[in-house]
Design a protein around this ligand. Sequence first.
Ligand code: ZN
Length: 254
Amino acid sequence: MSKLMALENITWQPSPNFDERGADTPIDMLVLHYTGMRTAKEALDRLTDAEAKVSAHYFVDEDGGITSLVPEEQRAWHAGVSEWRGESNINARSIGIEVVNPGHEFGYRPFPERQMAAVKALSVDIVKRHQIPAWNVVGHSDVAPDRKEDPGELFDWRGLSDAGVGLWFQASAAIPHSDIDISTGAQGAEVFELQQALREIGYGATPTGLFDPAFENIIRAFQRHWRAVRVDGIADPETQGIVYAVLAEVRRLT
Ligand SMILES: [Zn+2]
């Protein structure tokens, strides 16, 4: 029933940019993107251009219109080099949704309510049909923090989670973890612990005890998703507290 509700106004515009998923690969992830191009048309042209070699399963316009580009059974090409929970074959195991927004490069702006409602309805439907676990609903920046910023800090992850898609944390669990900022150049046990926590959540963090530029990008990606009011790559006490609150939620559910 939910399938019909979400799919009733879907337009089909096939993209040639897909191939086969691996035979034994489950669909157990949902990856959200923004298009990051000046106009919706420009983005749709690119996602359906054989030369561009990029695609997604769905495209959600700012008016809430949904276009299907690649059948869910096929592997769309949206994630590129990426990693989550130790897996790097993200395209093979995920559904990808492109949400129209010019992005940080061309004038990042709020996602209109109708658009977000369509993203929610579509995501609810996908997650239900494929039984995608909450901890595997991610942004492109979560799986490729060195390269990507999408869908960005204006995306309503919390609202999506309220609709049953993806993971949010208990506010009561998000207590400031320490009274110091941890940032690039820092070294020691608290950095190591934070890296381990983010790795367990799913990020491609390597626990080294050194807060290097790659880890700063992971902190920034985490903030875009769970602490969007300030995205600066600094693990301040609030950010640290939220990391451990998200980790607690992952542990509770897994
Ligand atoms: Zn993307």
